[in-house]
Design a protein around this ligand. Sequence first.
Ligand code: SAM
Ligand code: TMP
Length: 407
Amino acid sequence: MRECRICSAPIEPFMSFGPTPIANGFLTPDQFAGEYFFELAVGFCEKCGMFQLIDQPDREQMFHEHYHFFSGTSRFMTEHFREFAEHVMDDFLGDRSPERFVVEIGSNDGIMLQNFAKAGVRHLGIEPSKNVAEVARSKGINTISEFFDADLARAIVAKEGQADAFLAANVMCHIPYFHSIIEGIKVLLKPDGIVAFEDPYLGDVIEKTSYDQIYDEHVFLFSLKSISYAFGRHGFELVDIEPQETHGGSMRYILAHQGRRPVSERVKAQLAREEELGLHKAETFLRFRDNCEKSRRELKELLVSLKEQGKRVVGYGATSKSTTVTNYTGITPDLVEFISDTTPIKQGKCSPGTHIPVKPYEEFQKEYPEYALLFAWNHSKEIMAKEQAFRDAGGKWIVYVPTVEVR
Ligand code: SAM
Ligand code: TMP
């Protein structure tokens, strides 16, 4: 029995994906012996609606000077964050003067803040992983390498003053000390300031059985109910939502200090939709568990059968998400020859836990395999558009979200 990280109600795991390594812990053979594993088990709190990991590795084990995720590797995401920044400047800041102050946590290589920097808006990135933060700094983006929490927020206010906007993408769901984060936002944000952050949406995960959104970094999967509850305890109000296609289905939450902005009808409508989906009920997660097990069985059977037929299968995109899939399903180098990835720091290393070699994209192009297992399924539009030659050569895609299929 554990306590919910948000409301302290007792929670129990409803499923476990078994021993799992650090999702972004790509490694070399000399590191295999000391590889770290933890049990990837998940629970759901019926009181406040928060979906969460039972245990999470320490933050320093995940976010450090050798962090393997560089946001700028996708052109689609670069455009996505340009649009996000434009939206904030046009619709929330009101102008682009240097008087405005924007803070982003988990700013990584500066993929979003570069747009504010270009527009001359005062900004601060908070990015603890030093290697990616350094890339941002080299682009002229003000970045400090710290973990955000309430203490850091107080230090920022003392030095820089309060902010007009607090932004985050794919990081709020990473942070177990969530109340300290919200307390920090409370201190940091001007009375009329705005909070805008986005993360993978629990509703999409349940609807698509995209269980690969569950890995060490994602200590939470949010819904409107859980976000309203957690922020409500600190005097914030969820005033709008903006569903996103990114990461296979995300939700952008817009929040303000209580009573400062009108609440959009969209919030009410989506809360009703969550009820319909059963997102607030424990039994939904038991069905989800059955769907995960079915997906695992079918994917394994398909890969074993292709191996028996002597077909070559290569993975496409050494994503953090794929660490859950490969470890849970038991996808080892005898089933998938290598994984192609464009991120230099991942190349020449092996996938966490299952030790499939990660090779540069050129290896994929050099001799197309018969099948490509699409681990980066969330980038499928971008990838399909550029891989026509693979198709023309007779190549087929294996996908597993929402169901296992050969296309
Ligand atoms: N925002 C980028 C994006 O969407 O592409 C990067 C997302 S990446 C998955 C999460 C980032 O959050 C990492 O770069 C990590 O170092 C950073 N991070 C983790 N905990 C943090 C904290 N407490 N404060 C600020 N950043 C944090
Ligand atoms: P993500 O799903 O967490 O954004 O990670 C995507 C990974 O896939 C990242 O390591 C880069 C890689 N990738 C490719 O190798 N080729 C591509 O065309 C794209 C879009 C991503």
